[in-house]
Design a protein around this ligand. Structure first.
Ligand code: AMP
Length: 281
């Protein structure tokens, strides 16, 4: 396994692989890797001849007052995990390598990014789309792997790839959870013991919402109420949003039909956690 710090190093390696007719799988991450990331890397390993993982805490997708400076980092531990899974290249650029002086070109979207996380994080998706397209242009992967944990991001990237004719297949992978149900996240490390216990309210409340839909409930408002009321029973939790949207377009729906995303963001203390499920009705 090689760690590349520059765009040129990655391009040179990938060019040689392509010359040999090898396929390339790509997993973009911000590092501090856990089992969720591992599942994407394993899927990439299974489907492709070569695997590239990027570890880049992308300043552009953090808004003012967000956790860019405190975001956890541990390249040594991440390298071990990547090595274990059989990753070929870790791409770990400095921000200055990705954003050269004078940088002023962005990828933006009119739909999909205004709801859910887009409401509280208005510059987030522009930063995500821009960095992901840049990474795609650098790595030129055949397939790229994204977690359903960030369901809106997955929908946005799928849309971007369709709209801009990017020749990379986007593969969505299921949410990996702790044994007690909490969705794995690099940000879980911010939680105190008490907050860690309180954070279970996310997956528990979503479960109630899912059970209601499985029992035949089709009214989004009722599902939102069931979830919100349960979250409200946890004193450390503060709701950012509880929403029901069409998964492909990320637009709110009154009635649950087709592929529907039920998504929540909840502050546990100062830490903002997200979770979701997708139902096909
Ligand atoms: P991040 O490092 O948080 O930017 O995440 C990198 C990729 O890993 C994204 O595609 C995430 O959706 C995915 N990911 C993060 N947590 C999980 C999880 N618990 N299960 C599945 N995928 C995840």
């Amino acid at each position: 396994m090689k760690i590349c710090y520059t765009v040129d190093e990655v391009r040179t390696a990938v060019k040689e692989w392509k010359r040999q007719g090898l396929s390339v799988g790509f997993v973009p991450t911000m590092g501090y890797l856990h089992e969720g990331h591992r599942s994407l890397m394993e899927a990439a390993r299974k489907d492709n001849d070569k695997v590239v993982v990027s570890i880049f805490v992308n300043p552009m997708q953090f808004g003012p007052g967000e956790d860019l400076e405190t975001y956890p980092r541990d390249l040594e531990k991440d390298s071990k995990l990547c090595e274990e899974v059989g990753v070929d290249i870790i791409f770990h650029p400095e921000p200055e390598e990705m954003y050269k002086a004078g940088f002023c070109t962005y990828v933006d979207m009119n739909g999909l990014t205004t709801e859910l996380c887009g409401k509280t994080r208005p510059v987030h998706f522009r930063g995500v789309q821009t960095v992901v397209l840049k990474l795609f242009n650098i790595v030129t992967p055949d397939r790229a792997y994204f977690g359903q944990k960030d369901a809106q991001q997955l929908a946005v990237i799928k849309r971007m790839v369709t709209d801009l004719n990017v020749g990379t297949e986007i593969i969505g992978c299921p949410i990996i959870r702790e044994a007690d149900g909490l969705a794995k996240s690099s940000r879980n490390t911010y939680l105190s013991d008490e907050e860690r216990r309180a954070a279970l309210i996310l997956s528990k409340s979503l479960k109630l919402g899912r059970e209601a839909i499985e029992a035949g409930e089709r009214d989004s408002k009722k599902v939102i109420d069931i979830i919100s009321q349960n979250i409200a029973t946890e004193p450390l939790a503060k709701i950012d949003y509880v929403d029901v949207v069409d998964f492909a377009t990320i637009t709110p729906v009154d009635k649950i039909t087709g592929e529907t995303l039920v998504a929540i963001a909840v502050y546990i203390g100062k830490t903002r956690l997200i979770d979701n499920f997708i139902v096909e009705v």
